[in-house]
Design a protein around this ligand. Structure first.
Ligand code: GDD
Ligand code: MN
Length: 374
């Protein structure tokens, strides 16, 4: 090794190591990236920190906004994910990219109050496993939320406390700080579904984590808009189901089967309208009902079951074709198997059920491999 080389690496090696990684999941936050770095810079004086923005290929150029800053500021890093969506999985990926002793997760829209991060760090250094920024303890508040959002949030808080047995004032918070070793202890059990990463961590940890709650005021969003639409409620339900029965059944299958159940209702509605009301042709009624319920099932699975891999634009249509092709085979297998069992003198209800189960499992497995592969 040359002298010059070893001098360079010596200087690099001796510069103080990063103590805290701040993970910021971002989707369409181009107007907030600069503000976020400035806010962290002001709040984290005296701490050796870095920030990792985890962007899911936002169409507004969030990723290039991050790389622009990072070209002049080495504390700023970017993880640019393509083909995936999801707040929780983004947070996990960001945390796992850290080599610091402590990692924090904070929203990228400045709604969480970054000025309490030093307090959170002290709490964990003083022995807590995890420090949580919370809106409900004395001194904390939800800022100027409207009544509906406040009610929904309180209800979801209550449900998650009931289902998980985690007694916390704000288990729905997405603002926390942990030691990396603590994180490594739970990461294999995380669902990574939806947007409640903290709840995921708390319900996975055995034994329960020692929590420090730090109050703050949830700010109003000034730039960009919230990503949490009504389907987020579905994600939340799926996370809770996964925590309860995930060891028995993949939660996506539960969701797929549920959508399939709704598809049967759609089928019968269509059939009734066409056969009974309009056309009086059972054959055409049944054929149309089958086509419409398949489109319905595809649309809803794309929206809910495979929300994180959802297909859009032209890919929505190609996905529909592969879905319909696969489900037609599933339907044929369903009828074939049911018929075979029936011919072997199995009870007709059991024969039908067996056909349905085989068809559903095929549809689920094959569409997860082909339609929503990524
Ligand atoms: N990478 C990535 N991928 N980031 C995302 C995604 C995604 O699919 N969806 C949202 N984000 C980012 C947003 O850009 C923002 O930085 C942060 O996650 C929070 O998203 P918002 O859309 O602002 O959510 P919110 O303000 O309604 O919800 C927040 O408050 C909740 C408290 O009720 C989040 O912090 C929740 O985690 C928190 O529970
Ligand atoms: Mn927000």
């Amino acid at each position: 090794m040359s002298m010059e080389n070893s001098l360079v690496s010596e200087t690099d090696r001796l510069s103080p190591c990063i103590e805290l990684t701040i993970v910021v999941p971002v989707f369409k936050e181009v107007g907030n990236v600069d503000r976020m770095v400035a806010a962290l810079d002001a709040a984290l004086n005296g701490i050796k920190w870095e920030v990792v923005f985890v962007d899911d290929d936002s169409p507004d150029g969030t990723a290039s906004a991050v790389s622009d800053i990072s070209s002049t500021d080495r504390r700023v890093r970017l993880i640019h994910r393509v083909g995936r969506r999801g707040l929780s999985s983004a947070a996990i990926e960001g945390m796992m990219s850290s080599t610091a002793e402590y990692v924090a997760v904070i929203d990228g829209d400045l709604q969480h109050d970054e000025t309490i991060i030093p307090q959170m760090l002290t709490a964990v250094k003083d022995g807590a496993d995890i420090a949580i920024g919370t809106r409900y303890v004395e001194g904390g508040s939800t800022g100027e939320w409207d009544g509906t959002r406040e009610k929904i949030s309180r209800f979801a808080t209550w449900v998650s406390q009931q289902m998980t047995g985690v007694k916390l004032s704000d288990p729905m918070s997405g603002f926390f700080l942990v030691g990396r070793q603590t994180l490594l202890g739970v990461v294999h059990g995380l669902s990574g579904l939806g947007f409640k990463i903290l709840l995921d961590i708390l319900t996975t940890a055995r034994p329960a984590l020692k929590v420090a709650e730090i109050p703050y005021t949830f700010r109003i969003r000034e730039e960009g808009e919230s990503k949490l639409d009504t389907s987020a409620a579905w994600d939340f339900t799926m996370l809770l189901i996964d925590k309860k029965v995930g060891f028995l059944l993949p939660v996506r299958f539960v969701s797929f089967a549920f959508v399939g159940g709704l598809g049967i209702i759609v089928h019968f509605l269509t059939l009734t309208v066409i056969y009974q009301v309009v056309e009086k042709s059972f054959f055409w009624g049944q054929a149309a009902a089958m086509a419409i319920s398949m489109v319905f099932n595809y649309w809803l699975n794309n929206k809910l079951t495979y929300r994180d891999k959802r297909r859009t634009g032209i890919h929505w249509f190609t996905g529909l074709l592969s879905f319909m092709g696969i489900c037609s085979l599933g339907g044929a297998a369903n009828v074939g198997i049911a018929n075979f069992l029936y011919a072997e003198e199995m009870h007709w209800v059991l024969s039908a059920l067996a056909g349905i189960i085989v068809g559903a499992v095929w549809n689920y497995a094959a569409t997860s491999l082909y339609t929503w592969r990524k």
